[in-house]
Structure formats: structure tokens, C-alpha cells
Write a protein that binds this ligand. Structure first.
Ligand code: AMP
Length: 299
């Protein structure tokens, strides 16, 4: 079933202890679409500038991403510059040039308005809600956010949370949003804000899935090569939502599997800069890693 993502399409400049890339393809909606595209048809809503390279558009098309919602505005594409020190779990932002993203008002092409599965990547919570308003009857709405919105627009974010089914946050954001250090208590508080499922990402330490009456934890897939964690959160959400959106039904088993597929897509993503690893991944590679993952945690 179709899956819609609204978020950023960017040119990222990233430095890690293992190398660097200048103005590579990035953005939350990009990582999400490529990861989710291994499972389902993705409809993308984003904006780029006049300088956005045609080769990136061709690549997204070649992976089957529906680009009817990608608009090209006058001006430059959104750019993000960051680096990772020895702690690869935390990005340090050096520069954010919003450019055409500053005046971005997502408008869904009419054929997108019946999309059952929706992912609101990390953008202004007022815009996230505006997207939900344009879809009369979504089956499942999920969202991501970041520290910037938690501190600058807490009220708007609360309103958005009351409209979503699944919230994806990392550990630090969960504590900040819930106001407290214990992760289990934080998750419970986040559940009381609206979502029926809260996913807390813990980088190389795995991810937790919280629901009212259940808790599931999975480690990250162990890797010898981690080059660039940029986009890990978005490819995680892409794997999770991509798997879920293959059909309706939100059983505990399917949600747990979705968490594993999320971890797998994130694990491929961090093995290379930009989308250089993810772009080569096929469904067979995903299933092979899924089986290996199962072997690792069975006892
Ligand atoms: P993550 O999955 O959290 O590592 O997301 C990384 C992606 O988020 C990068 O490709 C950036 O282009 C994008 N990004 C960084 N800052 C922002 C922002 N303020 N708004 C939207 N996207 C952003």
C-alpha cells in the first residue's frame, strides 16, 4: 500500500573520523524514501532549489520513488553541514542553510490525498499537522522530530503528537520531550501525549518499542564498518514504515518485525557516506540480514 513522506531533500556536507563528503545527496525524506522503497511505493513531498542536480532526481526515479510531490522552487537547495567525533551516535551541526526550505509549505498533489500510510519527517510541527489535515482518512500516521522543535515549538509539537499513531525519537529527544531521565517513564509520558506506539532509537545500542501494555527491545545489527551515521534515523523509520505499509494490520508481531527491518535499513545506511550503500541494496540483501539478525538474538 502506498506510503507518503514529507521532509527534507538536501545536499549534505559531512565529516566523520572515517572520511568526508561535500554536498552529497541527503535529507530526511531522501533517506526515508530509499529505505522504504525496498518494501513499497513511496510518495515524496519536498522542495529543492534550481541548483539541485538532475542526477539525484534520476536516481530517486530509478528507485521507483513517486516524485509528483517534489517541487522545484526559485533559489538554492537546503544544505546541512555536520560532523561526528569519536561518538558516532551524536551529530554536531556546523551549519544549516534552509534556503528554499524556509518558505516550504507542503501541498499534496490531489492523487496523494488518499495515502493510507504517512510519515512526517523532521520538519516544523505546524507543517506536519498541515500535511495530516490534507489527508481525510489516513490509516496510520507516524512522525519524527528533533531537539530544535522540542525547545522552540513545544505547544505546536504537542498538538501534532495528539494526531499521530507512532512517534520516532532518539533517546535524548525522548528525555527532553518528556522531561525526565528514566527512559521507561519518559516513554510512558510520551504515550500519554497521543501516540499508541513510541519508538526510541539508541544508535549503536539498538531501539525500543513501547506500547501501553508491551515493551520490546532489539539491539542494533553489529557492524565492523561504520562510516557515516547521517540518515540512520530516517532510514530506520523507512524500513519500519516500509515493512508495515505492505498491508493493514498493526499486531504486536508485525510491529516487532518492523523494528528489526528499521534496524537493518539503518545498518546498511551507516556503512557508507550519503546514500552510497543504501542505493545498492535490494530486497534479497535485506532478507539475508534479517535472517542473520534472527540468528544473533535467538537463545
Ligand atoms: P538523521 O536521520 O537524523 O541522521 O537525519 C539526517 C538528515 O537530516 C540529513 O540528511 C540532513 O540533510 C537532514 N536535516 C538536518 N537538519 C535538518 C533540519 N533542520 N530540517 C530538516 N532536515 C534536516
Amino acid at each position: 500500500m502506498s506510503l507518503l513522506v514529507v521532509g527534507s531533500v538536501a545536499l549534505d556536507s559531512v565529516k566523520t573520523p572515517f572520511g568526508e563528503i561535500k554536498e552529497g545527496l541527503g535529507g530526511s525524506a531522501t533517506y526515508f524514501s530509499i529505505a522504504a522503497g525496498c518494501f513499497t511505493k513511496v510518495r515524496l513531498v519536498a522542495v529543492v532549489g534550481e541548483d539541485f542536480p538532475a542526477k539525484h532526481v534520476s536516481f530517486l526515479k530509478s528507485r521507483g520513488v513517486d516524485l509528483r510531490g517534489l517541487s522545484r522552487a526559485k533559489g538554492k537547495t537546503f544544505r546541512w553541514k555536520g560532523f561526528y567525533g569519536d561518538d558516532m551516535n551524536e551529530a554536531k551541526t556546523l551549519r544549516t542553510d534552509l534556503n528554499v526550505f524556509e518558505t516550504f509549505r507542503p501541498e499534496l498533489p490531489p492523487p496523494y490525498r488518499d495515502t493510507p500510510f504517512v510519515f512526517l519527517a523532521n520538519i516544523d510541527p505546524d507543517l506536519q499537522r498541515n500535511v495530516v489535515d490534507q489527508i481525510p482518512d489516513p490509516y496510520l500516521v507516524a512522525c519524527d522530530t528533533m531537539n530544535y522543535w522540542i525547545s522552540s515549538k513545544p505547544e505546536a509539537l504537542r498538538k501534532t503528537l495528539s494526531r499521530v499513531d507512532i512517534l520516532f525519537v532518539n533517546e535524548g529527544e525522548a528525555r527532553q520531550l518528556a522531561g525526565g531521565s528514566n527512559l521507561l517513564k519518559a516513554a510512558r509520558r510520551l504515550l500519554s501525549m497521543g501516540p499508541s506506539t513510541v519508538v526510541i532509537k539508541r544508535g549503536e545500542y539498538g531501539a525500543l518499542l513501547f506500547r501501553k501494555d508491551s515493551l520490546f527491545w532489539a539491539p542494533a545489527y553489529p557492524l565492523e564498518t561504520v562510516k557515516d551515521p547521517t540518515g540512520a534515523g530516517d532510514s530506520f523509520a523507512g524500513g519500519f514504515m516500509g515493512y508495515l505499509s505492505r498491508r493493514k494490520g498493526l499486531t504486536e508481531t508485525r510491529l516487532r518485525r518492523a523494528l528489526i527491518y528499521g534496524s537493518i535499513m539503518a545498518s546498511f545506511n551507516v556503512e557508507a557516506f550519503s546514500l552510497n550503500r543504501l542505493r545498492k541494496i535490494k530486497r534479497e540483501d535485506v532478507e539475508r540480514r534479517f535472517r542473520a539478525f534472527r540468528g544473533l538474538v535467538r537463545f
